[in-house]
Write a protein that binds this ligand. Structure first.
Ligand SMILES: [Zn+2]
Length: 421
C-alpha cells in the first residue's frame, strides 16, 4: 500500500511521485490483465469440435512482460471429452502468451534501443516505468526481432498519383567492426526515398541483410512505386549503390551523380590553379589558366560536359608543360595537374550520370545527396559512429540500421505503428 507523506508544512512534496505512480500503475495493470484473462477464458467455453461446454482442466503459470511490470499469471486450460486421445487440453490464451511480451513493450524497447545505446535504453525504461528489470541484452534481442519483422513486412499498398517520380538518395556509412570479423569497418547502406509528398528512410548492411534487393523493393512499394514510375537515384561515384536500386526496380533507373561531389573536386582544381598563378615569376600566360578554370564550374553546372572536358584537357596540357620548369613553379604545376587529372577521371568514370544540374535546380528537382548524407548522420553516425566507441557485428549493425530508419520515420511509435511486432 502506498503511504502518502502529508506534510504539515509544504516542502515540495505535493502531488504524485514517480515511485508512487509506478506502484499504482503496476497494481492497475495486474488487475486489468487478470480481468481480461477471465473474460477471454469465459468467451471460449464451448468446444470448437463438438460445441459442448468445456470444463477447466488445470491451471498453468505463464509470465508476461508488459510496460507496467512482469507478472506470473494463472492461466486456465480447458478440455473436452471429445478430445480424449487427441492430445490434451486447449488454452485459449496460448496466442496471447506466445511471445511472453506485449507488442507495446517490444516496440518501445526497439525504439529506445535504436535511439540510444542498449544499456541507456534499459536505464530509461527502468527510470520511467514500473517494468521489470531491464537488461541491455533483452533490449538488443527485442530490437533484432522487431527489425526482422520490419525487414520482412509487406507494406500496405499505397495509392499514390502515378505521374510523380520517385527519387532515391543513397550513400554508405562506415561502422567500426568487431575484432573477430577480421576487418576494420562495416559498410551500412543508408538513404531516403522521396516522392512529392512522402518519404521513407532505409538502412541495411549488405553482409547481414537476407536480401538487400527485396528489402529495398519493399521500401519502394511502400511509397506506391510501380514499374511505370521513373526512379532517379542520386549518389556519389560508387556504382554499387545505384546498381542496388537498379536490381530492386528491375532496370528502369536513372542515376545522377551528386553535384556536391563534383563541386568539391572543381573547387580543388580552382584552388590549385589559383595557387599556381600566385607563384613568383609565373612563366606562363595567366589568362590561359584562369579562364578555363573559371568556366569549368559553369559548364558542368549547365551540363556542357564536352566543353568542360576540353577545358580540363587544356589545363592538364599547360600544367604538364610548366611542371618541367624551375622548382617553385614545378611543385604548384604538379599539384594543379594531379587535381585536374583527379577531376577528369572522376567525370570520365561517371560520364553517363552527369546531367544539366542548372535545369534541374531551377525546376526544384534534387541535385545533391545532402539528404542521404543527413541519413548517414541520423542512421549511421549518431548511433554507430566512431565517436560512440562501439564495435558492431554485421547482424547487429543491420538490425539497428533497420530499426533506426523506422524509428526516425515514426514507424515504430505504438500509436502510428503499421507493423504488428
Ligand atoms: Zn468437444
Amino acid at each position: 500500500m502506498i503511504s502518502f507523506n502529508l506534510p504539515g508544512r509544504y516542502h515540495g512534496d505535493l502531488g504524485l511521485k514517480l515511485e508512487h505512480s509506478k506502484t499504482l500503475l503496476a497494481q492497475l495493470q495486474l488487475a486489468i490483465i487478470q480481468h481480461q484473462i477471465e473474460e477471454i477464458s469465459d468467451a471460449s467455453l464451448s468446444c470448437p469440435c463438438c460445441g459442448r461446454t468445456m470444463p477447466i482442466h488445470d491451471y498453468r503459470t505463464r509470465v508476461i512482460d508488459t510496460l507496467f511490470g512482469r507478472f506470473p499469471l494463472r492461466v486456465p486450460r480447458r478440455t473436452c471429452s471429445c478430445r480424449r486421445g487427441k492430445g490434451g487440453s486447449l488454452s485459449p490464451l496460448a496466442q496471447v502468451f506466445r511471445d511472453r511480451v506485449t507488442p507495446e513493450l517490444k516496440l518501445l524497447q526497439a525504439e529506445l534501443g535504436a535511439r540510444h545505446s542498449f544499456r541507456e535504453a534499459a536505464r530509461i525504461l527502468e527510470t520511467f516505468l514500473p517494468c521489470a528489470r531491464q537488461h541491455n541484452t533483452t533490449v538488443r534481442n527485442r530490437l533484432s526481432k522487431v527489425a526482422k519483422v520490419i525487414a520482412d513486412e509487406t507494406p500496405p499498398v499505397c495509392e499514390s498519383q502515378k505521374s510523380h517520380p520517385l527519387t532515391v538518395f543513397i550513400d554508405g556509412a562506415h561502422v567500426r567492426c568487431r575484432p573477430e570479423y577480421q576487418k576494420r569497418h562495416l559498410d551500412v547502406v543508408v538513404g531516403k526515398i522521396e516522392t512529392h509528398d512522402m518519404c521513407r528512410r532505409f538502412g541495411l548492411s549488405l553482409q547481414a541483410a537476407a536480401s538487400p534487393v527485396s528489402q529495398l523493393r519493399r521500401d519502394l512499394d511502400a511509397l506506391g512505386w510501380d514499374e511505370r514510375r521513373p526512379i532517379t537515384v542520386i549518389s556519389d561515384g560508387d556504382a554499387a549503390l545505384p546498381n542496388l536500386i537498379r536490381n530492386s526496380a528491375c532496370g528502369k533507373v536513372r542515376h545522377i551523380l551528386d553535384w556536391w561531389h563534383i563541386s568539391m573536386r572543381v573547387k580543388h582544381v580552382e584552388n590549385a590553379i589559383h595557387g599556381l598563378l600566385q607563384t613568383k615569376n609565373f612563366p606562363g600566360e595567366p589568362v590561359t589558366f584562369s579562364r578555363p578554370a573559371e568556366s569549368l564550374r559553369w559548364n558542368l553546372w549547365h551540363g556542357k560536359v564536352q566543353t568542360a572536358g576540353t577545358h580540363l584537357q587544356w589545363l592538364m596540357d599547360d600544367c604538364a608543360q610548366l611542371s618541367k620548369r624551375e622548382p617553385t613553379v614545378r611543385d604548384q604545376a604538379q599539384r594543379a595537374l594531379s587535381r585536374c587529372q583527379f577531376l577528369h577521371s572522376y567525370l570520365a568514370n561517371n560520364m553517363g550520370s552527369l546531367t544539366n544540374y542548372g535545369w534541374r535546380y531551377r525546376r526544384g528537382l534534387p541535385i545533391s545527396t545532402s539528404r542521404a548524407e543527413g541519413c548517414v548522420d541520423d542512421i549511421g553516425n549518431a548511433r554507430m559512429g566512431k565517436r560512440r566507441r562501439m564495435r558492431w557485428s554485421p547482424e547487429g549493425a543491420h538490425n539497428v540500421a533497420v530499426a533506426r530508419a523506422a524509428a526516425l520515420d515514426g514507424r515504430l511509435s505504438v500509436s502510428g505503428a503499421t507493423i504488428v511486432a
